[in-house]
Design a protein around this ligand. Structure first.
Ligand code: ZN
Length: 221
């Protein structure tokens, strides 16, 4: 079966806003330090493939470790020993496991709407995955993720189970509930890490501090 892990802020070398295990190269952290942080990950979890995430629904099947970082929001592999990474700081890091195919998927509000998780599942099944299970890593919770009316309506019209509200009773979205419902619909059972990135200071949160790092969801066969 597959190996999965979710990193947090702890145990890295970055300073200040990026303290300390920031794994993202695009967030204005010192890239030489980020590369050392990534070495900490690869030393512990093996050679790791990252992606340039763009809130799209491109799915990339990885068959070998290369120097290029694909631009996509989902990585799939059937090759044992290649660790796949999805970077987040409020969005949902979704890890999909099966006995011979695994995937790391970046699911934010736009990813939920554009069906990146569904598209990834389809591709895994094409590759002969058999039964798939899902793990949702820490993300911003339904009480913290306040949105405007227009955004709320747009998401709720497609995903009624995302309906939520803040402690003050204003409109909010519970993306994790919506994603679980969507995956259950595809006969995929999910485990959810209930930690909220906005509330847990050991996690990076873009909502809490715009200048911040990214943690990773990691999976490999
Ligand atoms: Zn929260």
């Amino acid at each position: 079966m597959s190996f999965t892990f979710f990193t947090d802020r702890l145990g890295g070398l970055s300073q200040g806003d990026f303290s300390s295990l920031n794994l993202a190269l695009h967030v204005d952290d010192d890239s030489s330090v980020v590369i050392r942080n990534r070495e900490i990950i690869s030393n512990q979890y093996g050679p790791t493939m990252y992606m340039n995430q763009v809130h799209g629904n491109a799915v990339e099947v990885v068959s070998a470790l290369g120097n290029a970082t694909p631009t996509c929001d989902a990585l799939i592999t059937t090759v044992p020993g290649i660790t796949l990474a999805v970077l987040t700081a409020d969005c949902i890091p979704l890890l999909l496991s099966s006995k011979n195919v695994v995937a790391a998927v970046h699911v934010g509000r736009r990813g939920l709407i554009n069906g990146v998780a569904r598209k990834t599942v389809e591709k895994m099944r094409e590759l002969g995955s058999g039964a798939i299970t899902g793990k949702l890593g820490p993300s911003i919770c339904g009480t913290c993720y306040e949105v405007d009316q227009k955004t709320f309506d747009e998401v709720i019209s497609v995903f009624p189970s995302a309906r939520s509200e803040t402690a003050q009773g204003t409109r909010a979205l519970d993306l994790a509930s919506a994603l679980v419902a969507d995956l259950n619909d595809l006969s995929i059972e999910c485990e959810v890490d209930s930690r909220c990135t906005n509330e847990d200071l050991d996690l990076f949160s873009y909502r809490r501090t715009q200048r911040t790092g990214r943690q990773a969801g990691l999976i490999r066969l």
